[in-house]
Design a protein around this ligand. Structure first.
Ligand SMILES: [Fe+2]
Ligand SMILES: [Fe+2]
Length: 280
């Protein structure tokens, strides 16, 4: 199922398939067709080689972010550009979550791991469609503008490192989403775009869960390998993530998602005495 989604190019077809498969997974889980390995040690999740790059539609054209024009967020073209960028992030997230399911299937994991990422992939599909509706309400659509070409880079860089994938994708990139989404919601509230505000509020609430899944399974794997999670996180982010983490952070939502400040603050370029807002 994961492979099928990854190999489907069109955004609406990809997300429809993702939602159908997520429903099939949870129906099978509820009816007991897929049981915990503790009850049945022969249960097999399935193995597959996912594509190096997921299939994507011809449009949007993917460009280096430096070549994507910047527009003022207060203007209507700026709001469309912002929503278009969010739609692109959501579609990428659909692929990222199915990819983590397929890519690391040679590592035996509890079924709860698959439940979490199938749910996250289902939610990203919903997010993509919500944002597409908002774009259409502004007479635009996904594919009307250019989009960021480097989105799959984190997946490529961590294609052979399960812990690295968890550290960089949910615990750095999706956590960054928690930092920036309240500001985005403000932009659309000021523009009186209430449906967009409502869509972004759904996204904001559900993204906390995705970061939490990342932190949960990161800690689980660190425990399995007897690694200190904080130290492992710092090493993996320094290895696979390009550049420092950027404050300001949404400490409250990050904490709710199981990401304490001593995980992310040491990865910024800030001076130690400025880190926690204490006067120097
Ligand atoms: Fe999302
Ligand atoms: Fe997410």
């Amino acid at each position: 199922m994961a492979n099928d989604v990854l190999r489907t190019a069109d955004g609406h077809e990809k997300t429809a398939l993702a939602r159908k498969y997520a429903a099939a997974w949870f129906a099978a889980r509820e009816s007991g067709q897929i049981t915990s390995p503790l009850q049945d040690r022969d249960v097999i999740i399935g193995q597959v080689t996912p594509p190096d790059f997921p299939a994507r539609p011809d449009k949007p054209e993917l460009k280096d972010p430096r070549d994507v024009p910047r527009r003022r967020p207060g203007s209507r073209p700026g709001q469309v550009a912002l929503l278009h960028a969010v739609a692109h992030i959501e579609l990428n997230a659909v692929d990222l979550h199915w990819d983590i399911i397929a890519r690391f299937s040679d590592t035996s994991m509890p079924l709860g791991f698959y439940d979490d990422w199938v749910k996250a992939a289902d939610e990203e599909s919903k997010h993509f469609n919500l944002v597409c509706d908002c774009l259409e309400a502004l007479d635009s659509h996904y594919g009307a503008l250019t989009a960021h070409a480097g989105m799959w880079r984190a997946a490529e860089d961590t294609a052979t490192d399960f812990l690295g994938r968890l550290a960089v994708v949910p615990m750095v990139l999706e956590a960054r989403g928690l930092d920036v989404t309240p500001g985005m919601i403000d932009i659309f509230r000021k523009a009186d775009l209430h449906d967009t505000v409502a869509a972004l509020e759904v996204i904001y609430a559900e993204e906390v869960g995705h970061v939490a899944y990342g932190s949960k399974w990161f800690h689980f794997l660190c425990g399995r390998h007897e690694l200190d999670p904080k130290e492992a996180f710092h090493n993996l982010v320094r290895t696979y993530f390009h550049g420092a983490l950027k404050p300001p952070f949404n400490d409250e939502k990050r904490a709710e998602a199981g990401l304490p400040p001593d995980f992310y603050w040491p990865l910024t370029n800030e001076e130690p005495d400025r880190q926690r807002g204490t006067p120097s």
